[in-house]
Design a protein. Structure first.
Length: 233
């Protein structure tokens, strides 16, 4: 159930549309040229796009929570844990979109050392807590819940650090008013650059995040564990 739920909701990452990579590009470009107003317009448009992606993600999560047990032909005893695991997994992805803007700012300012330190630090803590909870008999609902909490804290860390880095460069972030025409033009640039990322992400999901889902659709759910463990190697 854990493997299938993780891969199933993982497809929601495709709603990223490659915007984070576009934020990295334009943050680097406009910060180097000292164009604060232009950068804030790009960041405002990116947040607006991600807000739409977040709403779509929440709608998809609600559908998955309702229907996934039936799609996988799960025994009723698994329904409760499956639904909660999918709900927390989907919420984790939904909040990631908005925080991706600030993660992109950190990387766009060429502070890959800080960006990697954030990722490594929170991943080590997450792994430690996985062991802690499992040794004390907690199940997948608890794992999904604390991973959601860890992801939110990681995002808040990126938000705080990106804000500080921008201020140090005299490029403090602020929401910029955008006309409909400006928003369309900036969105085309962001999504146009991100189109290559979308193609890459689709291929990556098909190759690396389909096995457990396919096994779960056509085999008893217990068969997925053998595939997931072997596939992780």
């Amino acid at each position: 159930v854990w493997a299938v739920a993780g891969q199933f909701v993982g497809y929601l990452y495709l709603l990223d549309f490659g915007v984070r990579e576009s934020v990295i590009r334009y943050t680097s470009k406009y910060a180097a040229r000292g164009r604060r107003a232009a950068l804030n317009r790009v960041l405002t448009a990116a947040i607006a796009i991600y807000s739409v992606a977040t709403v779509l993600t929440l709608a998809a999560v609600a559908l998955c929570v309702w229907r996934l047990p039936n799609w996988l032909d799960l025994d009723p005893e698994f329904w409760h844990d499956t639904r909660w695991a999918v709900a927390f997994g989907g919420l984790t992805i939904a909040q990631t979109f908005l925080f991706n803007v600030f993660n992109g700012i950190v990387l766009g300012l060429r502070r890959w050392d800080i960006g990697n330190a954030i990722g490594i630090g929170w991943n080590l803590l997450r792994a430690t807590l996985v062991v802690f909870f499992l040794l004390r008999g907690y199940g997948i609902v608890a794992l999904a819940a604390f991973q959601f909490a860890m992801s939110v804290l990681s995002g808040l860390t990126s938000l705080t650090i990106s804000t500080v880095l921008l201020r140090r460069r005299g490029m403090a972030f602020g929401f910029a008013p955008l006309t409909r025409r400006q928003f369309r033009a900036i969105s085309r640039r962001l999504l146009g650059y991100g189109a290559y990322v979308i193609i890459n992400n689709v291929g990556e999901k098909v190759i690396n995040a389909s096995g457990a889902v396919i096994a779960g659709l056509f085999q008893p759910i217990q068969a997925v564990a053998h595939y997931a463990i072997a596939g992780s190697l």
